[in-house]
Ligand binder design. Structure first.
Ligand SMILES: Nc1ncnc2c1ncn2[C@@H]1O[C@H](COP(=O)(O)OP(=O)(O)O)[C@@H](O)[C@H]1O
Ligand SMILES: [Mg+2]
Length: 260
């Protein structure tokens, strides 16, 4: 793989976040460069999901800033973040279980639906053309993720590994520039993990999408990420290439001291 890593696209600067007395994040800084796969690792409760929640505006940190393409925000608003091209998947799936695969992925297009409600209701002119374009985009994602066979199946009836793939599809439907993935391979068997790894690599490779990935499986992290941030008890204890992080004494002791 000889991809080109670009400039800094996302810059996290001195972020601190607490919930009452619990310090979820303490003075965290790191950056993400365009086209890279940036992993965030660390034991349970380290603050990984909270970090993604600060980036996408679900949590408002008490301190620090986040810059996206050089524009700095003290706190992000979820909708703004999405409009800037940041999409995410969730550690606990956020899909509509009773809705089909196709309709779930279609929900990812909501931000892109522009024509007004009257046009949509009447299904005339621009709205109809737009609907066709969105359907086509969704079909391309379904092909890409190799889930054609389950297009009409309610998501709740699918095995867990496939549900995670649909969640990725919903995020991809936003055509994101930055994709935040919170444990996309958790709870998967070996084969499902390999498939998900391949899709993440393909998204990064074919669309040039920047990926921020929280993952517990160290072999996956070491295999597919360009750089790794390590959090422990809300503090950053390591930051570098997989090889650098693997040799970092603080990281080694954090991991040896914790069962996974
Ligand atoms: N909404 C919340 N309310 C209170 N505490 C929270 C909330 N979200 C996270 N925390 C706390 O922040 C810490 C970090 O949690 P989290 O970011 O989920 O860690 P990780 O994803 O690394 O397992 C934990 O102590 C957790 O209990
Ligand atoms: Mg988490």
């Amino acid at each position: 793989m000889n991809k080109k890593i670009g400039d800094v696209i996302l810059d996290v600067h001195n972020i601190s976040l607490s919930f009452g007395g619990v310090k979820a994040l303490t003075d965290i800084s790191f950056n993400v460069k365009e086209h890279e796969i940036r992993a965030i690792i660390g034991p349970n409760g380290a603050g990984k999901s909270s970090m993604l929640n600060c980036i996408n505006g679900v949590y408002t940190p008490q301190q620090g800033t986040i810059s996206f393409r050089g524009k700095t925000f003290a706190h992000m608003n979820s909708r703004e973040v999405a409009e800037m091209g940041v999409a995410r998947t969730f550690q606990n799936l956020a899909l509509f279980k009773g809705m089909s695969v196709l309709d779930n992925i279609m929900t990812g297009r909501n931000l892109k639906i522009k024509s007004n409600l009257l046009w949509q209701a009447l299904r005339l002119g621009p709205a109809e053309r737009e609907e066709i374009q969105h359907r086509e985009a969704v079909e391309r994602i379904i092909d890409f993720l190799e889930i054609q066979a389950w297009r009409k199946t309610p998501v709740g009836q699918l095995p867990y590994g496939l549900q995670k793939r649909v969640d990725l599809g919903r995020a991809l439907a936003m055509e994101p520039q930055v994709l935040l993935l919170d444990e996309p391979m958790a709870g998967m068997n070996v084969e499902e993990k390999q498939d998900m790894c391949r899709f993440v690599l393909d998204v990064n490779d074919e669309f040039g999408t920047t990926v921020v990935l929280i993952e517990h499986d160290m072999s996956v992290v070491m295999d597919i990420s360009d750089r790794v941030v390590v959090l422990d008890y809300g503090k950053k204890i390591g930051d570098g290439t997989p090889d650098e992080v693997r040799r970092n004494e603080d990281v080694i002791s954090a991991y040896l001291g914790t069962s996974h």
